[in-house]
Unconditional design. Structure first.
Length: 462
């Protein structure tokens, strides 16, 4: 029986069912680049420390470079009965360069090797997602710049509440995605430490230099405790959590886009490039992209819960359960990147129906709070008394089938005689929107400040 590379203790052929259960090669082959990068850095350190010869280093480096070219050209396909990508590459290397390939695994274990490869992957994908988020935020900024005077009803409980401008609404999402960016950045910095050199769990007796490999691979430093390092998957959990939170934000926006594009709202029109038709109803134009984005949020949430569940009962250090750490991350990362890109393209090309939005502001008595504030300032009423007076005025408007802003002065005075003619400007929805000048408010001037501040932030992270 030909022995597997990593099976010195096992004397019989593995059960075929065990092979199928144990085999991670079909999915962890995605880590081939990280595995080769990590192996080259490890070999360079071994040679620098005199643990392997410079001739061995030269053979290992050239062999790994050749394998990378083979993979990327397709001349060597990542298929076969190897149990994982690490053994596949090591076997290929040894077949090409002989004993030097067998020396590569000196002073390391698959435990720290897989921790390194996976962490490198997560760090790289984190940066890619951050870059896509920065572009998405810029798209929100550009939309907002053009719509700081476009009125629409701001809502609470999905009921018309107060008039805001559409640029302000878009900047709310820009702020959500900025927090997402900052979460990814925080995770990147917290997890930017190298696992390689920890070996199985307790370090190694070889005189290695972990700081050298950490620097070569772009890490801030080596990790501090090897027992923790090989059993740590916090970095994977963090990217899953960050993606789930980001996708929750995307889902909330998607829900609004679905509502806004409906016949009842018609506040926006999605481009034909980002809509689908019906197999039976020829008139239909369906918002499938935001619906899919909303649905994929459940998918990434499931990946997060799955890994949390895997990790919650594991003793230190490495356990084979942790082989379940990768597929969910790969799936969530791919879902996240595609979701950001398609969302960015869709909102950039959607048509904003400003007149429909503004007409909707005449439903729901959006300036009622402004009238209450007027009674407080002008007459000196306590706010709670003013609140009840305005409630009676709203009832009057409802009885007459008009918005509060459409009542005449005599109508208003029939409820509160001390109201004067200057109230009519207060009840105007555009005036109401622009009256909210407190920091972070919807007034056009304040919205422009928010846009400028966000624009400076985006420029600062490039």
């Amino acid at each position: 029986m030909a022995k597997k590379i990593a099976s010195a203790r096992i004397g019989t052929e593995s059960s075929q069912l065990l092979k199928e259960l144990n085999n991670s090669f079909p999915f962890d082959k995605a880590l081939y680049l990280e595995d080769i990068e990590g192996s080259k850095a490890h070999a360079a350190m071994l040679a620098h420390q005199g643990i392997i010869s410079n001739d061995d280093l030269s053979s290992i480096t050239s062999g790994l470079d050749l394998i990378l070219k083979e993979i990327e050209s397709g001349s060597w396909t990542l298929e076969g009965d190897d149990e994982d990508i690490h053994m596949a590459i090591e076997g290929r290397l040894t077949a090409k360069i002989g004993d030097a390939g067998k020396r590569l695994h000196t002073a390391r274990s698959r435990n720290d090797q897989v921790a390194l490869d996976f962490r490198l992957f997560v760090q790289r994908q984190t940066k890619e997602i951050m870059s896509l988020l920065a572009k998405l935020i810029s798209t929100f900024i550009n939309i907002s710049k053009n719509h700081t005077n476009t009125l629409l009803p701001g809502m609470t409980h999905l009921q018309h509440a107060q008039p805001i401008n559409f640029g302000y609404h878009m900047m709310a999402y820009a702020n959500m995605f900025k927090r997402d960016y900052e979460r990814f950045m925080s995770s990147y910095e917290r997890n930017n430490f190298s696992p390689i050199g920890c070996a199985a769990l307790a370090g190694t007796p070889y005189p290695i230099d972990r700081q050298m490999t950490a620097s070569a691979l772009g890490f801030k430093a080596a990790t501090s405790n090897c027992l923790d390092t090989v059993s740590d998957r916090d970095f994977a959990l963090e990217i899953l959590f960050n993606i789930s939170t980001m996708m929750m934000h995307i889902s909330r926006l998607s829900e609004e886009l679905i509502l806004w594009s409906s016949s009842e709202f018609r506040w926006i029109t999605l481009s034909d490039r980002h809509s689908t038709g019906s197999s039976i109803m020829p008139q239909k134009k369906n918002p499938d992209i935001p619906e899919l984005l909303r649905g994929k949020t459940g998918r990434v949430n499931g990946n997060l819960i799955a890994l949390l569940t895997v990790m919650k009962g594991l003793p230190l250090a490495y356990n084979k359960d942790m082989q379940e750490d990768k597929e969910g991350v790969f799936d969530s990362v791919n879902t996240a990147k595609l979701s950001i890109m398609v969302l960015d393209e869709m909102i950039e090309q959607m048509i904003i129906n400003s007149s429909r939005m503004e007409s909707a502001c005449l439903v729901g008595h959006l300036s009622a709070t402004d009238l209450a504030d007027y009674l407080v300032r002008k007459i000196g009423l306590p706010f709670r008394d003013a609140y009840h007076i305005v409630g009676n005025i709203v009832n009057l408007a409802e009885e007459n089938g008009v918005d509060i802003s459409e009542l005449s002065l005599s109508d208003l005075q029939s409820v509160e005689s001390r109201i004067q003619e200057d109230v009519m400007a207060v009840l105007n929805n555009r005036s109401s929107m622009n009256a909210r000048t407190s920091e972070g408010g919807t007034a056009t001037a304040r919205t422009l400040e928010q846009i400028e501040k966000m624009q400076k932030w985006v420029e600062g992270i490039k």
